[in-house]
Design a protein around this ligand. Structure first.
Ligand code: BV8
Ligand code: ZN
Length: 289
């Protein structure tokens, strides 16, 4: 498959294919929100650079140190709720309004795609959302959508929690150490008083069955024309597997990524028909218009 830099000839070929495409799947990752100031998983700066996000995003980490994990997620909630959708989010929302056969599968939990006007029926947040909190009680199914009470409890108030990973390294205090918040000051279920947890999918947890079924049903509904791989390192499974599933259904693949050439493991790059290197907030509006 041709490796193509972002240049007029490729843009013309891509746009010609896009104009003939109906069934399109976009797989998005943290790079989609980088221009909104939210750190990618690999790029987390500040305090959280001393904590590997991947090791905090596990049930084991939460069991071992709920105070640390809740501060990590509370900081990310505050950052996500303060951030704004960028032109890349809006370009995907516009395409989904124009084309009902276009779907976005996002690995991001920041809620910026729903806030960009992306129709909910064509958006599949397969790793959950920072806006959702759910009960850890075994027999309790309490789930709350909460994107207003930034802190959830006084102990998690912005003043007492080190700021979130940011693309602006100066934004966070790299030396701040998170305080140890006592269990009774962490968010509790209003139904059964058990500890609440972030409503995201952690490593080792299965993706929401309903979303997986909807995406699978869409993929199996017929040939696919195009797969857009946007701002993701394509390392996390099974989400990364959607690239291959689209190809198996005939899709051409376009990768939009800031760092294509230095990321040998970039999922799907080996099969890409188009490689657009740069900020997706700049590239997407241009290639999807
Ligand atoms: C599961 C929510 C059953 C939490 C996240 C094979 C099959 C199934 C599972 C596995 C498998 N192999 C391994 C596994 C286990 C594991 C996994 O994939 N591990 C990896 C590390 C190898 N998968 C799971 O555990 C999944 N569960 O399958 O259950 C099971 C369980 C165990 C074993 C077998 C089966 C659950 C995975 C979901 C985890 N939750 N998020 C939270 O957010 O806190 S994952 C989280 O990390 C993100 O959601 C995202 O998916 C991932 C980070 O990836 P990216 O989004 O790509 O971000 P990254 O920083 O890596 O890259 C950013 C990219 O953007 C870069 O390429 C960069 O160059 C680019 N970029 C930067 N700026 C820009 C840009 N591009 C364009 N413009 C810019 N401006
Ligand atoms: Zn409960």
């Amino acid at each position: 498959m041709p490796y193509l830099e972002h240049n007029p000839a490729d843009l013309a070929r891509f746009k010609a294919h896009l104009s003939r495409s109906r069934r399109i799947l976009a797989l998005c990752g943290a790079g989609l929100s980088a221009s909104s100031g939210l750190a990618t998983f690999r790029g987390a700066g500040g305090l959280w650079k001393t904590h590997d996000a991947m090791s905090l995003a596990t049930p084991q980490a939460f069991t071992k140190d709920p105070s640390l994990v809740w501060q990590f997620y509370s900081a990310r909630r505050q950052a996500a709720f303060s951030a704004k959708p960028n032109p890349a989010h809006r370009a995907l929302a516009a395409l989904s309004i124009k084309n009902k056969d276009f779907i976005t599968v996002t690995q991001n939990v920041d809620g910026l795609s729903p806030r960009s006007g992306h129709p909910a029926g064509q958006l599949f947040p397969v790793h959950g959302s920072l806006s959702t909190v759910k009960c850890t009680g075994v027999f309790c199914n309490y789930v709350e959508f909460n994107n207003f009470d930034m802190a959830l409890t006084p102990a998690l108030a912005p003043s007492s929690v080190p700021s979130a990973p940011s693309t602006d390294p100066a934004a966070a205090d790299p030396d701040a150490q998170p305080p140890n918040i006592p269990l009774d000051e962490l968010p509790k279920c209003s139904k059964c008083s058990s500890l609440l947890r972030p409503g995201v999918v952690w490593f080792g947890e299965t993706l929401p069955k309903d979303l997986v079924k909807s995406v699978n049903d869409w993929i199996n509904a017929g040939p696919i024309d195009l797969c857009l791989v946007i701002g993701t390192s394509g390392r996390v499974w099974p989400a990364a597997g959607y690239i291959q599933r689209c190809e198996e259904n005939g899709a051409k693949v376009a990768i939009i990524n800031m760092d294509i050439w230095n990321d040998p493991e970039l999922g799907g790059v080996a099969h890409a028909d188009w490689l657009f290197e740069g900020d997706c907030a700049t590239i997407l509006p241009e290639i999807l218009e």
